[in-house]
Design a protein around this ligand. Structure first.
Ligand code: UD1
Ligand code: CA
Length: 458
């Protein structure tokens, strides 16, 4: 059966007090609208119609999906008026599912169940009982049968006592929806065209009205303010943390843990407090992540230990860390850093677009950019690759078992042969032969008889 999905996203979001359109605020690293769109795509919709208004240009530029179209609603005269704008884009048969761009955590399974209860023939409302229903449209029933939705501002005191509310999501037979939309009026307390008025129309037409319910309240919470956004973020992160802990991941504190993307973990993974995982991160068996690490687009192999305050950002190229490697504290791994097994990268070491082969060590205050580092190399404190000549980047090749002393400058392009030793303080601009000591610094001199200047008497 044909499934069309309408996402309402024209509202301003005044209470966000932000220049950014409400649906573009981020939850777990993605915009509210992206969350809803991802759910819509998971349902296999034939067409997704997103209604934009406030910040339409920005909103429309921010997302894309096959079958996604936009319609604009200007001005915004209510939810019924919004769906009226979408009507010409909907098929004539099948089901239309209405979602909200500012209700990001609706589960695909719940939306699917709503569409199933509609079955192309009934009006299916997603409803929930709330302890405090104020502000919401109330579900008015005659016995078990739904009779109407009454908006809070139009409700009588008796209706205010109803705790079952409309969540803003429904599934409707599309043909009937188009007919009912054409009959909406704005004769109500807010002078708006209410989509919810179609419920009484369905009842009058003898179309059955049924209610489906979400798995949890979190799925139907909307974002209207920064406080609500933060609350939903924490609920989302807690749910992600629970799934990981269920699978055996040991989180020091699930309340201080954030995933903004996908995090895959092997067995016996331990993650200390305040770590943020972004993009796609893969942690092998027995990996330990210290406190306050930021890790984005990286694969970390079994038994590696990432000490506190390490920043790893693979961007598009990715970062890989071999089995048993030790990284940090305070290390920075940038795109294209590929650390082999048992590599050590210590404090204040930056690695970019460089491979370090098995057992290589750069333990203190160093920079490796555009370098290939051999096995068991020891790269001294304060040494750097001068990989950029102001116009182009060049590579540094360091063979196996090379020892680079402290405070060396390796002016690329340059190659250090296997087993070479570079004396501390050297500036190496020519290749260093294998197995020899190369020193490139001024010879040490001492001046016998030299005396320190003394202060002149006045
Ligand atoms: C609506 C429902 C109410 C329900 C509540 C759930 C109506 C008349 N009322 O209330 O029964 O309990 O949602 O949160 O539908 N929007 C537009 N264009 C408009 C107006 C709204 O695109 O002209 C969008 C908003 O951006 C938002 C959604 O529609 O995403 C709901 O609008 P909102 O103003 O929050 O709905 P309420 O009137 O509070
Ligand atoms: Ca609302």
């Amino acid at each position: 059966m044909v499934l069309d999905i309408v996402i309402m996203a024209a509202g301003k979001g005044t209470r966000m007090k932000s220049a950014r359109p409400k649906v573009l605020h981020r939850l777990a690293g993605r915009s509210l609208l992206q969350h809803v769109l991802q759910t819509a795509c998971a349902l296999g919709a034939d067409r997704i119609v997103t209604i934009t208004g406030h910040g339409a240009d920005e909103v429309e530029a921010s997302v894309g999906a096959p079958n996604l179209v936009f319609v604009r609603q200007m001005p915004q005269l209510g939810t019924g008026h919004a769906v009226q704008q979408a009507a010409p884009m909907l098929h004539d048969e099948g089901t239309t599912l209405i979602l909200n761009g500012d209700v990001p955590l609706i589960e695909a399974s719940t939306a699917r169940a709503l569409v199933d209860s509609c079955a192309g023939a009934k009006l299916a409302l997603l409803t929930i009982e709330l302890p405090d229903a104020s502000g919401y449209g109330r579900i008015v029933r005659d016995g078990d049968a739904v009779r109407a939705i009454v908006e809070h501002k139009d409700a009588t005191p008796d209706e205010h006592a109803i705790r079952e509310v409309y969540t803003g999501m429904m599934a409707v037979p599309t043909g009937a929806l188009k007919r009912w939309l054409a009959q909406l009026t704005n004769d109500n307390a807010q002078g708006e065209f209410y989509l919810t008025d179609i419920v009484a129309m369905a009842v009058a037409d003898g179309v059955p009205v049924v209610a489906a319910h979400p798995g949890s309240e979190t799925e139907v919470l909307g974002v209207n303010s920064p406080a609500q956004l933060a609350e939903l973020e924490r609920r989302y992160q807690r749910a992600r943390a629970d799934v990981l802990m269920e699978a055996g991941v040991r989180l020091a504190d699930p309340a201080r843990f954030d995933v903004r993307g996908e995090l895959a973990c092997g067995s016996d993974v331990e993650i200390d407090v305040n770590c943020i995982f972004e993009g796609s991160v893969d942690l092998g068996d027995n990996v330990r992540i210290g406190a306050n690490c930021m890790i984005r687009n990286a694969r970390i192999a079994a038994g590696a230990v990432i000490h506190p305050f390490t920043h790893i950002d693979g961007e598009a190229l990715g970062v890989t860390i071999g089995a048993g490697a030790l990284v940090g504290p305070f290390a920075r791994l940038r795109p294209g850093a590929a650390l082999g097994d048992e590599v050590h990268v210590g404090n204040f070491v930056e690695v970019k677009n460089s491979t370090l082969a098995k057992g290589a060590k750069a333990n203190h205050l160093a920079y490796l950019g555009d370098a290939s580092v051999g096995e068991r190399v020891n790269y001294g404190a304060g040494s750097i690759t001068a990989n950029y000549d102001g116009a182009n980047k060049h590579r540094t090749v360091i063979g196996n078992d090379v020892h680079v002393g402290s405070n060396c400058v390796l002016v690329a392009p340059v190659t250090l042969g296997d087993g070479a030793t570079i004396g501390g303080g050297s500036t190496i601009s020519k290749d260093a032969p294998a197995g020899q000591l190369t020193v490139a610094r001024a010879k040490q001199v001492s001046l016998p008889g030299w005396t320190r200047p003394v202060k002149k008497a006045k």
